[in-house]
Design a protein around this ligand. Sequence first.
Ligand code: AMP
Ligand code: ZN
Length: 113
Amino acid sequence: MADCVFCRIVAGELPARVVYSDDEFLAIRDINPVAPTHVLVIPRAHVARVSELAPGDAPMLGRLLEVARRVAESEGLARGYRLVINDGPMGGQTVDHLHLHVLGGRQMTWPPG
Ligand code: AMP
Ligand code: ZN
């Protein structure tokens, strides 16, 4: 996906502050953080959004959560954190490449905006 900002980061065509990398995922610091820790866990393969996934993607989603857990641990978020996946326009998704937000370092509130 040549016009996808996260595919371009995965390809090394755009800079990013990488905090975790393996053969399936990249975790980077959000360019516009909304919390002291704001990391995005991104599958290297382009998938637009959760609602386009299939039942067979469940193992990948499990590994995505495990990467998020590891990132939260390495970021020192032992007192808690929030994981967010926005889906589509009504969900507030602005980059159409699946990603999971790891937010921490401040008290989270409910409901989310
Ligand atoms: P969402 O609104 O859930 O689609 O989240 C997209 C996130 O990507 C936002 O928090 C943006 O600040 C972040 N973002 C957009 N472009 C970049 C970039 N080049 N590097 C890091 N984060 C980015
Ligand atoms: Zn992409």
